[in-house]
Structures are given as C-alpha cells and as structure tokens.
Design a protein around this ligand. Structure first.
Ligand SMILES: C[S@@+](CC[C@H](N)C(=O)[O-])C[C@H]1O[C@@H](n2cnc3c(N)ncnc32)[C@H](O)[C@@H]1O
Length: 891
C-alpha cells in the first residue's frame, strides 16, 4: 500500500523535499502525509498547481485569506468568532499554501448514523463503532523525501459540529483495502444497506443541519439526486410523534434528470419512510397549486423548508475529482449563475412566509455563491433575508465548525473575451466548412498555447513582495482571464450567458444584504471538500396577488362547485353500491386516479377497493392506534394488478389532492411505502391474499392488532440464525420454545410478525421479522432478505438481545433437505414447463410463418412477411417477370 507509484509523483516529492516553493510543505496542521490509496495518476501534478488557472483565479479574487478565523477562535461557535477582514499578504500566501496542501490529498471518508432513532439506539451504535475504530492503525505512506514510511492514524472520530456524524482519518479506498479495517468496512456496508448509516461527505451534511428541519415540516429538496441530503432530512420528518400513527412531515425530492431521480428513489428506500414523494421537474418550473399562491393576506407557499442544492461547476470537489483542475474555466461559473438564481427563486416562492430556504453549492466561486444570493435578495426586494445560523433555535452546527463569512466584493474575470473580440472583428466568417463553435475552440486553444509557449506559465513567487497585482495580471492573462470592471464592458456576444447579477453588489446593497452571514467552507479549515451554504428566511409573499373574483365570477364558481359536488356524491354512492362497502369513507384516490392523467403516466396509483382491503383489515386487525378510523384512501397499488400495496401519510395525500385541482400537475416518480405484497401462491386460501412487506413493517406495526407474536431472546435468535443459515428453508417449529410452538399452532396458516419481546417498546430498532406460519402451525419461515436478517442480527447483538443458540441439527438438516428437494423439483417442473412453452411458441411461430408465406388459403406469396420471403421477393420483383399474380397462379 501507499508509496509513490509513478515517476511524476516521485519527482514532485523530491522537488518538495528540495525546497520547491510551489510544493505543499507540511506544517503543524498539515502534517497528515499522503495516505494509502492515493491515486497518483488522477491527481494533478503538484508542481503545476502554482500555475493553475483555478488557483490563479481564486488568488486574484482574494478568496485565500478572506475571513480567516484565528486559531484561537476556531473552536468557538460561529457567532463569537472574529474574522480577518483585511488579511496581510503573508496570511494570504499561507492560506493558499494550506489550500494546495489539502487539495492534493484524497478526501477523508465520513458517514452519519441515522437521525431517525432515539439516543439509546445511537449510544449502542457508537459503542460498536468505537469497538472497531478504537485502536489506532498503521498506514504505509510516502515521506517528503519520496521514501516509503508508516504513520499511525485514528480511523474514526465523531464530528464535533454535526450530531451523530463521523469523519475518518483515511479515505474510502483505504477503508476498503486496509486489512485491519476489514471488519469495520463490512459493518459500514451492512448498516448502510439497511439504512442505519449514510455515507455522506462532511460538507454535504451541513446544509440540512443548518436548515433546522423538524419532524412536522413540509420539506422540498429541489435538486435532490443522488439524495444524501434528502435522506438526512427524510430521517427527521419520518419520526412519528408519541400517540400518532404516521409522520406529520414529509419530503418532496425533485430532480430534473429522470435517471438520477430513480437513483434517488433507490437511495431513499433504505430509510423505509412513507413520508417521501419523488418528482421529476426542472426546479425552476416546479408547480405550485393555486391554493398556495399569494392570497393577498400575507400567505404564500407550501413548504416550511426548501433546500436548493443547485447544479454548480463543483470545483470544491477537487479532492474527490482531481480532473476539476484540468477542466476548470471561469465562463462555466458565469454561465451557470443564471440557472442557479432561477431555481432558487422558484424555491423562495414555494416556501411559506416565515419558512427557511437553504442555498448551497460545492463551488468556491463568488459568481455561483454570493452573486446568486445577492441576486435573490435583489429580486425579492426586502421579502428575504440572510439568516445568521447561530440564531436558529434548532441549529445543530455545534462548536468547532469553521465557516468563513461570505464575500461582499469580487472581480469579474472571463475567459471568452479574447475569443469574442477576435470573432466580432469579422474573423472566422470565411466558409471553410467548420462550425463557428469549432473555430472558437481552436482559437482559444491556440491563444493559450501561444501565451504559454512564448512566456511560459508564470509562477507565483511565494513571498510578500512577489504577491503583486502586476504578477496577478500577468498570470491571469496567460490563462486567458480578462477582467470586466462593469457590465458595460461586456461584449454583446457574451451578454446572453452573462447576467449583470454576476457583478458584486453596490455599497448600499452590501449594507442591506448581510452577505457576511453566508458560510464559505474551504478544504484547509477542517480537512474537507469546499462548499458554500446560505440560509435565507422568507419575510413576505413574493408572487403577485391572486386576483379576487368578481361577484359574478364567484357566483358562477360556486354554482359549478355545487354541481361537481353533487355529481361526486352520486358517483360515490354508485361506488359504494358496486363495492358493497359498509360505511367506509370512500377513496378520493379513485377520483385522483381518474383525473390525474399525468400522474398515471409516471406511476400507477390504483386505489384499494373494499373487496381487496377488507380481508387484509380482518386478517391483520388493522386499526389506527390512536382510535381514529383509518382511511382506506391512504393505501394504494402501484400497478393495475395491485401486486403490492403502499401507504401514504395523510399530509402527502392532502398535497396530492391540492395538486389535482391544478392545471400544472406534479410529475410523480415515486410515493409512499410498500406495506403489503400479494402472496405468490394465491390459491393458498388463508383468508388474505396479501402478506406483510418487510420494507414497510416499521410503519405498519402500530396499526396491527392481530398476528403479532412476541419472540423471546432465544426464539428470536433461533429464527434469525436458522433463516440466515438456510434462506427459504422451513424452520421446524420444534426448534422454538414450547409456549411459542403452542402459539403458532393456534395462530394458523399465513403471514405474521415476529417481534423481539424485549424490544417491543422500541419500535425504531425494527427488531422484527416478517414470517409465514405453515399449515397446522408445525413449521414457519422468514420472509426477509438475507441482508436484512444480517442487519437484525447485528442490532440484536448491539442491544444485548442476541444469543448464540445451538440449532437442533437433526431438525435443521431434515428441513434443509426438504427445501433442496423441493427446489430441485420446482426447477424440474419449471424446465419442463419452459420446454413445453418453448415448443408451443415454436409451433405457433411456424404456423405464423406459413400463414405469412402462403396466406390463409395455403398459397405461397413471395416478398412478404418472413425474412427470407422479403429478400426473395425483392430479388424477384427486380426481375421482369415478377408479377405477384403470376406467382400466385403458377403456385
Ligand atoms: C449538486 S447535485 C445535487 C446533490 C444532492 N442534493 C445530494 O445531496 O445528493 C445537483 C443536481 O441537480 C440536478 N439538476 C440540474 N439542473 C436542474 C434543474 N434545472 N432543476 C432540478 N434539478 C436540476 C442534477 O441532475 C443533479 O442531480
């Protein structure tokens, strides 16, 4: 492991050792050496960093040294820190040097333990983590002289500023590869899969933490995929308040990219929450039902919290993705600024008055950050303010978090100027068969090559005297970075992409905007990636007031509504009569389904009929725990055949209904939580065609008054151990204690829920197994995937509820044998069935071919239908005597 693996890296290390000023030098804070797993070939050559356009740009912008917290202050809460407002050249140089030393290192791995559990769960979990990571480990590293050495690191430490989060001293690759971290790696993978852990970059945890999300909040994540921040917020809103059966809050997670939206669904499924709706819209066009528009009385918006983690150039991710250095260009930042503002502006509109909006990027550019925030404040004209995150009641950014204040001044550099100037002078108009864009690209490359080969890339002189404006200018010009002092200087050819709002705010605006409350996170401050976060509060409605209808319009509207209600009531009666329902509130979802064509396109939404639902209710004794009558309209199928049934909390049903009344509809990709699956063998006739789904069991359990069986510690361990050792095989119920055997005999055939008795009051631990009891109650088996069983075992161990039980070998072997024989027989039957089906299909195909070739009367027609026929026919037709009539008659 470790060690420089290619010449370049060795050369860079030797240069560094020889005192090359450009190479990062270790100091007390940056003493962390290169780690094992460092990808030399992908990393930017250290020696070149000094002439990198990105570094030149940020140096010229004054990013390095800006808002530098003093060492003494770093451990204080943000509000009590003092920041350097006018850093000395020495401080700037030092900060840039530390930046470079960090960005060439691979990113430290980090993860978060679920927020959807009480402290007891977390305590047990953190003990397990400490067991794995308590002992320091030794890593192979490269020493500054290029030779191989070792260093000792502490694998994981709790992050002081994010609750339940850990940052490791090593990168992801090292965790995967280092032998002494193998058990820890497996533990992380397992618990990530079952949703107890989310692997998430440290900086990515900051926006949801700042947003102060509470369990009862309606949250919108506008650009959500792949979804690490969504899960962080979903965990909070999925908490069910004591005495309630379902979450009060929810998250709507949106992404413009359908493929990424599907990834998002996959990521969030681990959390097993019903409080999620995934949609697919351009964020800037996210629909808002008219019910939530500015009502003229101070109300507007439908969400308490909105996260705008907007698309960006991502230069803060350079430690994860070193190619950023090579592809970086200033014009990309300028181009994306407008889209970012549009998305965030829509987010502000959708937010309720008094609610919070978080704007974040993983870029360090002021054009994508402070300029975008300033544009929002300008457009909202006093209806929006930047919040000091320290003043938020539930702010979980604890001590030790270093967020530098936002910038209030910056300079506008663009790398298109020379190209545009050249082309506006009439060059490139000659018709040489090339596209203009191609010509522009060529020109830009030639321009850079010329500047660089003639002068060579200038180098920073890391001394105070060398840090001159003249030097900066020389540097920028060599990198094609030209400065516009104002928007008037911007050539018209560029104005389409470059909006005036990329320029810094006026002095009056600086006074009003409080941009210093924005948070800049730089890699060198807490060994992370680069990031930007700003929390905004909506103070007043922004959209124009809904027009009040005239008296005539209001009367007409009322009459139409009354007629519709009458019609609806008649429909409901019909439905009740057809279904033979006994007084249940009838499903609005049926109406939803009928009306919602767009929704139907994306996801089926088939309401449960009384006929389908009543047997489920009777079998499992479904009842809302707080005594309210449950609503069947919260349960629905996702396919026409209703192979599974999902559940949607009341708040999300209401949102969907509001959406229905609108012209522009939400495009829903996913909603709710699967709570029942249809039995595969429907002929079993056990009284209910649906079994419990493990995915939704945590949510459904409080509703179940029947078929819930308590398993003591030993019985639970037997069930989990047997099912993991022989997945799918029956458990001979004689493996269980006698009282349990008796209970299972009494229970009778069908699905049931096994609950760890000692954890019955701790539903969050989900120490539950969905099981099936066979005929006569003599055997049973688990209906849970192996990974989930492993997760249950791991949690039982953590809660000291696991017993290393000995299974009765004889009974075990007999059941495994029975299972294997059944499997073999099924396979044989399947093979036979497949063979018969294949033969039937072949016969059918042959018949079709004959029909096509000869027609219904058995007369061969040339040039039709079959592959050979088409070719043959075509050939024939090219001949003179090719008359289909002739062929037919002659045949
Ligand atoms: C920075 S990533 C979001 C990361 C995500 N919040 C997370 O924590 O995992 C930006 C996302 O915005 C999406 N996106 C790009 N343009 C968008 C638009 N106009 N509206 C909504 N989403 C957009 C991209 O598909 C991408 O998934």
């Amino acid at each position: 492991m470790g060690g420089f693996k290619n010449k370049n890296r060795k050369k860079a290390a030797r240069k560094a050792a020889a005192g090359d000023m450009s190479a990062p030098r270790p100091d007390a804070r940056d003493s962390q050496p290169r780690k094992a797993g460092y990808n030399a070939s992908a990393a930017y050559d250290k020696a070149l960093l000094k002439s990198d356009p990105m570094v030149a740009f940020y140096s010229s912008q004054g990013v390095f040294g800006h808002g530098l917290p003093s060492e003494r202050d770093e451990a204080r809460p943000l509000a009590r820190r003092s920041y350097s407002t006018s850093p000395t050249p020495g401080e700037r140089i030092e900060d840039r040097r530390r930046f470079l030393a960090h960005v060439v290192k691979p990113l430290n791995a980090s993860f978060r333990v679920t927020a959807n559990a009480p402290p007891e769960f977390y305590d047990a979990f953190s003990k397990r983590i400490a067991e794995f990571t308590g002992a320091p480990i030794e890593l192979a590293v490269d020493l500054p002289d290029g030779s191989a050495g070792t260093t000792t690191v502490q694998p994981a430490r709790a992050l002081p500023f994010i609750a339940r989060a850990y940052q490791l001293d090593v990168d992801r690759k090292t965790i995967r590869k280092h032998p002494s971290l193998d058990a820890f790696h497996k533990f992380l993978v397992l618990h990530t899969e079952i949703g107890d852990v989310t692997r998430q970059e440290t900086v990515s945890m900051v926006p949801p933490a700042c947003l102060d999300v509470r369990a009862e909040h309606a949250v919108l994540d506008m650009c959500a995929a792949p979804g690490s921040k969504t899960t962080q917020m979903l965990e909070v809103v999925s908490r069910v308040a004591p005495g309630s059966a379902e979450p009060a809050g929810f998250v709507v997670a949106n992404d413009v990219d359908m493929r990424r939206a599907c990834m998002l669904v996959h990521q969030c499924k681990r959390i097993n929450s019903c409080a999620l709706l995934v949609t697919n819209h351009p964020g800037q066009e996210f629909p808002m039902p008219s019910k939530y528009r500015n009502d003229g009385e101070g109300r507007e918006g439908m969400f308490d919290r909105v996260l705008c983690d907007v698309p960006c150039t991502g230069d803060g991710t350079v430690r994860k993705n070193p190619t950023v250095f090579k592809t970086w260009c200033a014009s990309q930042q300028i181009n994306i600024h407008h889209l970012q503002v549009q998305i965030a502006m829509r987010g502000v509109r959708l937010c309720k008055v008094g609610g919070l909006v978080c704007y974040s990027t993983c870029s360090m550019s002021p054009y994508e950050n402070e300029a975008s925030v300033a544009a929002l404040l300008r457009q909202c004209n006093g209806a929006l303010e930047v919040v000091d995150v320290n003043t938020l009641e539930g702010n979980v950014l604890g001590k030790g978090f270093v967020g530098r204040p936002g910038m209030t001044a910056w300079r506008v550099f663009d790398d298109r100027f020379a190209t545009v100037q050249h082309f506006t002078k009439g060059a490139g108009e000659e018709d040489d068969g090339k596209k203009t864009s191609e010509k522009k690209k060529e020109f830009k490359k030639a321009f850079l090559d010329k500047n660089r080969t003639n002068k060579g890339p200038p180098e920073y002189d890391d001394t105070e005297e060398g840090w001159t404006e003249e030097k900066h200018k020389e540097f920028r010009e060599a990198n094609n970075l030209f400065e516009y002092k104002s928007y008037d200087e911007v050539p018209s050819g560029i104005r389409g992409n470059m909006k005036p709002s990329v320029f810094p705010p006026t002095p009056e605006e600086v006074e009003k905007f409080n941009l210093h409350r924005c948070l800049r996170i730089l890699p060198q401050d807490q060994d992370t990636g680069g990031f930007f976060v700003t929390v905004l509060r909506k103070l007043a409605p922004i959209g124009s007031v809904k027009k009040k209808p005239t008296a005539e319009q209001a009367a007409a509207h009322e009459a139409a509504a009354a007629a519709a209600a009458e019609e609806e009531a008649a429909d409901s009666e019909d439905e009740l009569a057809n279904e033979g329902a006994g007084g249940q509130t009838v499903v609005n979802t049926q109406k939803l389904n009928a009306k919602n064509n767009q929704f139907k396109q994306n996801q089926q939404f088939v309401p449960c009929t009384e006929e389908m639902f009543k047997p489920i209710v009777d079998f499992y004794g479904i009842q809302a725990p707080d005594g309210r009558p449950y609503s069947r309209d919260q349960f629905f199928g996702r396919t026409e055949t209703v192979k599974s049934i999902s559940f949607l909390p009341r708040t999300l049903c209401d949102l969907m209904e509001a959406d229905l009344s609108d012209k522009r509809r939400m495009k829903v990709v996913h909603s709710g939580l699967q709570v029942f699956d249809r039995n595969t063998k429907t002929k079993l006739n056990v009284g209910c065609d649906y079994r419990l789904s493990f995915e939704g069991i945590g949510m459904l359990k409080p509703y179940m008054t029947k078929r819930v069986i308590m398993f003591n510690k030993t019985d639970m361990s037997v069930s989990v151990k047997h099912s993991s050792a022989a997945p799918g095989a029956q458990i001979d119920n004689r493996q269980f204690s006698e009282p349990l055997q008796a209970q299972l005999k009494e229970l009778g055939q069908g699905c049931f829920l096994a609950v760890a008795e000692d954890a019955k009051d701790r539903p969050w631990e989900k120490l539950l197994v969905v099981m099936w009891c066979n005929h006569m109650g003599l055997s049973s088996h688990a209906l849970v995937y192996k990974t989930d069983l492993e997760g249950i075992e791991s949690k039982l161990r953590a809660a000291s509820l696991w017993e290393d039980v000995e299974l009765n070998k004889e009974l075990f072997d007999a059941k495994v044998k029975e299972h294997d024989e059944k499997k073999a027989e099924n396979k044989k039957n399947m093979d036979e069935r497949t063979k018969i089906e294949r033969e039937a299909k072949a016969a059918e195909e042959a018949e079709k071919k004959d029909m096509a070739a000869y027609g219904p009367g058995g007369v061969k027609r040339e040039g039709e239908a079959t592959e050979e026929g088409v070719e043959g026919g075509a050939k024939k037709r090219s001949r003179k005597d090719d008359d289909p009539e002739d062929v037919i008659t002659s045949a």
